[in-house]
Ligand binder design. Sequence first.
Ligand code: SF4
Length: 353
Amino acid sequence: MAKEDAQEIVFTQSRLSTFEKCERLEYWQYRAGGSKDQPGSGIDVIKTPTYFVEGEFGHYALKHWYRNAKIGGRMLRKNMIDRIESMLEDMELTPEEDNEYRIKLAAMVGACHAYKGHYKPDFQKYEFVHVEEPFEVQLAGVTFKGIIDLIVKDKDSGMVGFWEHKFLSQFSASDYACLPINLQQLVYTLGFESIMKKAPKFYMWNVIMKSKLRRKGMKPKKDGSMPVPEPLVEFENRVQKEYMDNPEKMFRRPPPRLVSTKATETMVKDVLAHIENWKAFAKKNSVPPMRHASCIGMYGTACPFANACAEKMLGHAQGWNAPACRGLYRRKEHLHPELAKNREDDNEYADEK
Ligand code: SF4
């Protein structure tokens, strides 16, 4: 088995939710890349989807903002730009792709700067008990690991609960209605208990809408010539202004949801059933069947592993490393890189404190 898996089976809520969407997708991301007898740590798409990069960057910025609550928050532009450079360095991008990521991340910097101004009162209203706190719980016979964005105490009511930051393109009343059945909230409720030794009173989504503004000067003029593109820093400032002018539209904090013990107990039973299914595939080291209904439309776009599945359907032994998939996928070094990455960047602001 993969290195981290030698002693125990490690899951995250994201891994389980991937398995629930498509068993084959969980196989690609967490078990592929090994041999017939030995599972690997999964494979990654070489070009990390932009929504993932945006979310990772936003979490990085807000982590440092709340971790430095005692000194009024800390989120320096220089550090954000350095972070963008190191994120892009890790990816193999064409110049066009590099440009696409820089535009998206410049918009995120603008959003984060506006966040600082808009939510400055947070430091008076709340006590931030833990920021990006890792947890580990035993659930249905496997170890679940995760990181809670914020454990928060409301200074007025004295209630303690948790927040999750969400960087979204859309968020509606029906999304809010689904929060009580959201797997992440349910698993993280157990995570909260393991950290705080008591159940949370509430959980809340701290929603930051993504800007729909576009960088100017990216389309050819009528005569076919290309205009000079808007400097990224100007685009960033324009986005920041959009958030500052429309905070009620761009920043949303729907009312917190109260935690139900009954809901958590029911979720544990459901998780048990899914884990038993997973164990049956893992025991035989088998490749699960495709879930065709999930292939198109996942995350609002086609599944990034569609090419791997298509090659496997055509008879290639592993699919993902077929000649037709060259340059699309690579073996993962860690089973759960998101957990390792969080620890690595903990000290980036150390010299500024
Ligand atoms: S292409 Fe379809 S079957 Fe294959 S991993 Fe993606 S969702 Fe699953």
